[in-house]
Each structure stands twice: as C-alpha cells, then as structure tokens.
Design a protein around this ligand. Structure first.
Ligand code: ADP
Length: 461
C-alpha cells in the first residue's frame, strides 16, 4: 500500500467516524429533549430518528468510498438544517432553546468538511433564510431580526475563513510532501549514480592492479629468461663446429646456470599458483636453515646486486633451524635483499648497495636483521609498508606485494617482521620461532592487511 492510499484510507475512516458522531449527537439531542420536556412528540421523534439513520448510513458510504466527501457534506448540511429547523419550529420558534444552534451549524459543518467550502456555505445560507422565516412567522420586530442576521453572518464568515485556512494549510502540506518526495527521489538517484561510479572505479582499480601485477611478473620472468637465452646462444655458438672448443667443465657450468634460470621461472609460476590459492600455504616444507637460505637468496638476488653491491653476513654460530619453510625463507630474504638494493640505488645520488645481514639466537628462535645504506623509510611510508599493493616504485618495477607476502609467510609460522630506520638507512627485523619448538595455536594471527594469496614476483629474485 502506498503512502497516498494509506492517507486516503485514514481520511475516509475519520469522515465515517464524524458521521457516526453526528448521528449519535442527533439521537442524544432527541433523547435529552424527550427527557427534559417529559414529552414524546411523534413527528419530532420520527424526523430525528430518520436523520440519525441517514447520517449513520452516510458514514458507512463515505467510509467505504461510495459517496464523495463533498456531496456527503452537502447532504449533511441539508439534513442538519432541516433537522434543526424542525426542532426549532416544534419547540417554540425564535424562543426555542435550540434557536442558537443556527449559529453553531456552519462551524459544525466546517469541522466536519474542512476540505470543502460548499457545505458550510450552503448550510449557512439556508440557516440564514430559516432565521428570517422563523422570526417573521413569530412576528419578531425587524431590528431584532436584523441583529440576529448580522451576528449570524459574522459566525458564518468566521466558519468560512476557518475552512479556507484549513484548505491552505492542506495545500501547503501537500506541496511540502511533494517537495520531500522529489528530494528523496533525487537522493536515491544520486545514490544510484554514486554506487555505479564506485563500481566503475573498482573495475578500473582492478584493471590497474592486474596490469601492475602482469608488468611485475613479466619483469621477473624476463630476468632469468634473458640469461637462459644468452646461455643457450652461447652453447649453440660453441658447439656449432665439429670440433667443440668449449671445455667440458665450462659446458656443465653453463648448463647448470641455464637450469637454475629455468627453475626460477618454474618457481615464479608455482608462486603465482600460490597467489591464486591453488597452492595451499599449509603445504609441508622442510624447516628453514638460515645459512643455506641466505646463500641461496644472495645468489638469486645477485642480478640486482651487481654494480658492486655487497652483502655482509654476521651470523651467530649454530643457529637452530626455523619453522619457516626453506622455500619461503629464501623468498623472504630475496625480497628483503632486493628492496635493500633498490633503496640504495634510489638514493640521490645513487649508492652502491651495502647490505648487512646479522642473525643471533633469541628465546625460542632466531632474530635476523637486514640493514641497508639507502635513504631510509619516509615517515609517511612506514605505516603502509606491509599493505598489499603499496609501492613507491615506478610502474613495472614494483607490485607492492613483496612485504605483504613476507609478513604473511612469517606470521603463519608464528614469527614477526617489522621495519624501522637506523642512522644509515632502513632495517628489517625478522623474528622466527625455532623448528624444534612445538607450534603454539595462538602464536599468530593473519595480518588484516594481507591480500588473498598475496605474493611478490620480485621476491623470486
Ligand atoms: P615493491 O618492492 O614491489 O614496491 P614491497 O612490498 O616489497 O613492494 O615494498 C613496498 C614499499 O616499501 C616499497 O615500494 C618501498 O617504498 C618500501 N621499502 C621496502 N623496503 C625498503 C627499504 N629497504 N628502504 C626503503 N623503503 C623500502
């Protein structure tokens, strides 16, 4: 049901109630008259009973919507007038105790049918005529009749003004209601537009993201691909002649290096599967051995560390194996080393990367620090560092997934990874629980900044 139809229903219900009240008042007036005068004038009783019944029926018809309110008001005013006049004539003419009711009649009609002027005007007009006739029949002096007519006209005027004000008020309310509806429609429309714009923006962001990711992956695949291609060309050249000039030892080295490149590409593909969660993170990996992982990470990051970059190791002896799997450990270290090298090279003027990796035993595990000689992490970047897709690197060079992925891996085994600045650059501190310690179920919670399956192709070195 709409607001309009429910409003109309309420109005009809009110009108019906008014007619019922009218019928009740006519009956009550009759009963009071009979009781007070202790008489039972048949004509009066018959007429009043008929009017009451007609009022009650009209109430039913108006309530059901069968009788238009305006016409019901006109009929009610005629009935009221005839009923009152019969009462007046049958109870003493101008001296009747009901004569003063003529003044009230327009007001009663105005209250009953405020939305229309006609019933008030009609009942007022006929009442005015009735006053003149009743007074003339009773030979009332003309000045008195004139006074009565004047005062009655005043009442009628006031009643008319009242209904007019009410109509104006209704019109104003209706206009305000329509204005409100229009404003609501505009609001709904702008909300629709906003939602559509948000959808479009999300789609654009998604495409940008896919583009960045694709650029990053292409970049990472290109590196090993370049040296695989170079090695294969070299072997092709060297073995073109019947008499091979290449030494057996060198041949094996070049093949090994080529194999490493192919494996690295395979690794990227495997981790991309991890990104789509096809590769479950709960997979079994052997516990990480820091020395070996560092050796592997240094080798993998060497492409980016060329131009004289150096990695100095300061590892405490007999570090325990850690709970972070070897493969993920290498991935985390490569990412930290590459970021450190990038930071040093992004300094103005660019610096030769000098990275210090230190590790020592800590209660329950190993603490590892990676310090660089870059410009450090700006204060506005520091809180966003581990957000997935947050990067300050130019398009194609950074995806912003590396640190998010590292923290994810580390957190999954109950470790922590955080960043800080030291006087000469940035420092990343990695806390890893020892593999021998039983994993605690509440050891970590997934960081809420993690993207589903986040990974960083750069980290694959
Ligand atoms: P990416 O390397 O693709 O940008 P990361 O998640 O690895 O993504 O790094 C996010 C950002 O953190 C980098 O873009 C860089 O601004 C900042 N950052 C990471 N490591 C360092 C560092 N050693 N020194 C300064 N800033 C760093």
């Amino acid at each position: 049901m709409t607001a309009d139809s429910s409003g109309l229903k309420a109005l009809l219900w009110m009108q019906r109630r008014n007619y019922f009240i009218g019928a009740g008042c006519l009956t009550l007036g009759l009963v009071l008259h009979c009781v007070v005068t202790w008489s039972f004038p048949r004509l009066l009783v018959g007429l009043q009973a008929a009017w009451s019944t007609i009022f009650a029926l009209m109430g039913l018809c108006v309530g059901a919507g069968w009788l238009p309110m305006k016409w019901a008001g006109v009929i009610a005013s005629v009935i009221g007038f005839v009923s009152l006049t019969s009462f007046v004539l049958l109870s003493g003419g101008p001296d009747s105790p009901y004569f003063c009711m003529y003044a009230a009649l327009p007001f009663i009609l105005a209250v009953f049918t405020p939305d229309s002027r006609m019933p008030t005007l009609l009942s007022g007009g006929v009442s005015l005529v009735a006053i003149v006739i009743v007074n003339t029949m009773a030979e009332v002096p003309l000045p008195r009749v004139l006074l009565q007519v004047t005062s009655y006209s005043t009442f009628l005027g006031l009643a008319l003004v009242g209904t007019r004000m009410y109509r104006h008020m209704l019109d104003a309310q209706l206009a305000a209601h329509q204005e409100r509806l229009r404003a609501l429609e505009q609001l709904a429309e702008s909300e629709r537009l906003r939602a559509r714009a948000a959808l479009e923006r999300a789609e654009v962001e998604r495409l940008v993201l896919v583009g960045q990711l694709a650029a990053g992956v292409a970049h990472e695949v290109n590196n090993p691909l370049a040296f695989v291609k170079a090695n294969l060309s070299y072997l092709q050249r060297e073995t073109a002649d019947e008499a091979w000039t290449i030494e057996r030892e060198e041949f094996r080295d070049v093949l090994d290096e080529t194999k490493q490149g192919v494996m690295r590409i395979q690794q990227i593909v495997t981790d991309l599967r991890g990104f789509s969660r096809a590769d479950p993170l709960g997979e079994q990996q052997e516990p990480g051995v820091l020395e070996e992982a560092l050796k592997e990470a240094k080798r993998l990051a060497s492409v980016r560390l060329r131009e004289g970059g150096e990695v100095a190791l300061a590892l405490a002896p007999e570090l325990p194996a850690v709970r972070l799997g070897q493969r993920h450990m290498v991935q985390v270290l490569v990412n930290l080393l590459i970021n450190a090298a990038d930071a040093a090279q992004s300094a103005q003027p660019p610096r030769r990367p000098h990275i210090k990796v230190s590790a020592h035993r800590e209660a329950g595990g190993v603490c590892l620090r990676v310090e660089d000689n870059g410009p450090g992490i700006p204060p506005d970047v520091l809180p966003r560092l581990f957000e997935p897709f947050f990067t300050t690197k130019p398009p194609g060079q950074g995806t912003g997934l590396g640190l998010a992925l590292c923290r994810d891996y580390v957190a999954r085994v109950g470790g922590t990874l955080h960043a800080e600045n030291h006087p000469g650059g940035a420092r990343f501190v990695l806390m890893l629980p020892a593999a021998s310690d039983a994993p605690s179920p509440t050891a970590y919670e997934l960081p809420n900044t993690r993207a589903p399956g986040s990974m960083k192709p750069e980290a694959l070195g």
